[in-house]
Design a protein around this ligand. Sequence first.
Ligand SMILES: NC(=O)c1ccc[n+]([C@@H]2O[C@H](COP(=O)([O-])OP(=O)(O)OC[C@H]3O[C@@H](n4cnc5c(N)ncnc54)[C@H](O)[C@@H]3O)[C@@H](O)[C@H]2O)c1
Length: 282
Amino acid sequence: MKTIRTIAVCGAGTMGSGIAQLAAQAGFTTIQFDLNPVALEKSRASITAQLDKQVEKAKITAAEKEQVLSRMQFSSDLADCRADIIIEAILEDKAIKTKLFNDLAAINDPSVIFATNTSSISIDAIAAGMDYPEKLVGMHFFNPAPVMKLVEVIRGHHADPQLVEQVYQLALRLGKAPVVCKDAPGFIVNRVARHYYLEAMEMVEKELVTIEQADALMEAAGFKMGPFRLMDLIGLDINYSVSNIVWEALGRPERLTPSSLQKAKVDQGNLGKKTGEGFYQY
Ligand SMILES: NC(=O)c1ccc[n+]([C@@H]2O[C@H](COP(=O)([O-])OP(=O)(O)OC[C@H]3O[C@@H](n4cnc5c(N)ncnc54)[C@H](O)[C@@H]3O)[C@@H](O)[C@H]2O)c1
């Protein structure tokens, strides 16, 4: 089995930033790549702030914080993106993801492992456009990545079983609780959770409940976050695109029709916490 020492994370947004922090804190040399230098700076600042909080709470020492940061490199140059495993967390777009993996294959060692954090795109569909489809494994983290324990490890038809096992073992080394699942629309959690979001938005549209009431009630019923606060955290663009992909992949069932309320927010550019406004203001 290949020894994993270096992890590159493509995408420095909501998920990529969290995954890079997790990797560096677990002791890996970590390269964070994003085309957008502003996103990289935001990620560096956010990771530093998270580590500062851990120092304040005496979870890590100030020296450990510095060690974590010293293991991290932030780059907008694809040529820096060379590692034992590359975890992709960029835009939820099949063609863009496939192209990135092919560009990365050209500059990496043949033993490189590719992992995608896609929420909803079929792993087989991404792999189908790749020069080395057997190298791709789904590695679906949950938001926020440093905190949430579950990782869905998705085994596509093309995947080399040894690489699936390596990704599973890596998730364990990152302190996660991995579950291997098949490449089905929405995998497991995102398929089941669709109704949590869609029913809540439909009820708000029909004025059966307000956004605030829906969140308060679901939280009182034991859910950690109400559906609207959770969608704002995920990003409304990402959540809307997952709804569309799952809906299309299952043959457009009426019960999973994407929400026009959410589409309107996305069209206005109000994408949730990351833009300062979604269903709530931040
Ligand atoms: N947001 C969530 O809660 C969540 C949870 C699990 C999985 N995901 C998945 O993770 C991926 C990223 O989601 P996110 O919420 O972090 O998105 P985001 O919009 O916060 O960040 C995406 C980042 O990717 C960068 N990017 C776009 N194209 C690129 C390219 N070709 N090369 C390098 N960087 C590029 C953008 O500049 C941006 O910084 C998506 O596939 C999404 O489905 C999201």
